[in-house]
Write a protein that binds this ligand. Sequence first.
Ligand code: ATP
Length: 291
Amino acid sequence: MRASPTSVNGAVATKPAAKGANVRREDPVGTGGTQPEHPLFEIQGVTVRFGGLTALSDVSLTAWPQEVHGVIGPNGAGKTTLFNVCCGFVRPAEGVVRVRGETVPHPRPHQLAPLGIARTLQGLGLFRGLTVLENVMVGADRFRRSGFVSALLGLRRSVSDERALRLKAEAVLQELDIHTYATALPDSLPYPVRKRVALARALVSEPELLLLDEPASGLGHDDMGELGELVRALSDRMAVVLVDHHMDLVMSVCDRITVLDFGRVIASGTPDEIAADPAVVTAYLGEEARA
Ligand SMILES: Nc1ncnc2c1ncn2[C@@H]1O[C@H](COP(=O)(O)OP(=O)(O)OP(=O)(O)O)[C@@H](O)[C@H]1O
């Protein structure tokens, strides 16, 4: 099965005909063969400038349910900037962001969870003074129904909220196989475990779209293999956008890949299409030469 044909910039809103080269499912979006009308998430024609430097130029990207979409590119290509636009950290000078077909004028980071979007960042951002379980419970906050005052006064609704969040957090720790660390403080844990805690904190909000920035950084070969399997498994129930340097991970896990170079999309397609694309090969050869 193959996804949409290789395209440069333009055809990004095209629905994938099916999931890409890594697809192992018969029903690509789990809807009995029918696809949603709109991508779950879309950025279109995005341009970002930092002073005189154009970090992104007319960049577009879509995320469909149950799809893993990778973003790669040589150093300085604009990957982090693109990720930051998706997360609302960077406001583009031009272009639009749409969630389920609706334009979100200027998405802010705190709006992500209500939109069904969760992210992990390169810096893990765990709270050092909170246990693993408490860190993960922070991610489930959008499910909290009681306000600050009732939490402070220990009212019954707040207590039951707390219990429900705890159960959710424990279930995600179990799923990621890190439940034995629930009472540990993050600084006491090996880096790969801390990365999983950050992922657990994102997953506990039950996102429909998961944004992962450099999820494999700092991981060894075995951990990276497990991460790949985990991302594939997660894509059964959500869309994933993954920015990473590790070509073997991206190639083995993604259904579609967008390649950036000097802030522009130079290719977009399945892993096989990307691997055979002369523009991509040239961009990476150029990086080697610059190095
Ligand atoms: N806040 C900023 N102010 C000025 N220039 C920036 C800023 N952030 C990024 N840039 C520049 O924008 C360009 C794209 O940077 P970005 O970090 O998005 O690339 P990248 O592909 O993530 O690079 P790397 O793989 O090295 O992390 C680079 O030239 C970078 O120097």
